[in-house]
Design a protein around this ligand. Sequence first.
Ligand code: GLN
Length: 296
Amino acid sequence: MNQQLTVREAYLEASSFLNKTKNQNTQDPSQVCRWMLEALFEWKHNDFFLRWNEPFPMDKSEQWQDMLNRKTAGEPVQYIIGSQEFYGYNFKVTPSVLIPRPETEILVEKMMQECRHIWQHGEPIIADVGTGSGIIPTTLAINNPSWKFIAIDISDQALHIAKENALAHEVKEQIEFVQGDLLEPLIESKREIDVLISNPPYIPSKDMQELQTEVKDFEPSNALDGGTDGLYFYEKMIKQISELSKIPKVVGFEVGQGQTKEVAAWLKQLNQWNEVYIVDDLAGIGRHVLAIRGEL
Ligand code: GLN
């Protein structure tokens, strides 16, 4: 890199370079370069335009080149900078966990509303199955300091990240972390839960190869692959609900496109709910299925 470059010039040069290699990348090059530079210099959001006329520090150029190479190879920017914002909070992410998606914020919001309505007094115990980076329990815990959580994941590495995130947001005391397969640890220990939340893997196996490079080659396939029809984990969890010591009062699942009907139908077959309803994402696609037992 030319010694005379300012941060702004490096930014423009890198954005235009990434634009040319866009075949591997669906993420917006300018946005990506801004995030990478902010991470590289540990700048706050407002620093970018305030400080971009500063000379590009030479001792950072190797690291910058490395970031650009990773991005050119199609790696999601979130893994390169090691974080993703969710619900206004910063979460650490590594290739061991799925990158949080914005539609999951709607699930968190809806579950929060339902639970606050039901538990105006007392506090629910909420299990998040397949917690990944732990965004769901951490976000709910920050906003509801008296609620308790059990975060379950089959991946030890994911649980490790989830713990770090809970610790960083000072809610680790509210969350118990359990390694295990879906609801199995709850059934085995006869633990009672009031609420079940899950955003499990839901991509049909045959569609895995068609995902964009950033997802297919970099995000953990065990956080994406939902079996033959993509519905494996819902079917299994819904069966397991009746094996729990107590039927939860609220269940909320995030689902893939076109999966609401089956998931809602399976839940209804349990005959336990006052109401089963669908919540759309911002694109108007049915994304979440909620089942409420309410005050029974
Ligand atoms: N619960 C995490 C999330 O919503 C992880 C989901 C997953 O790995 N399928 O991001």
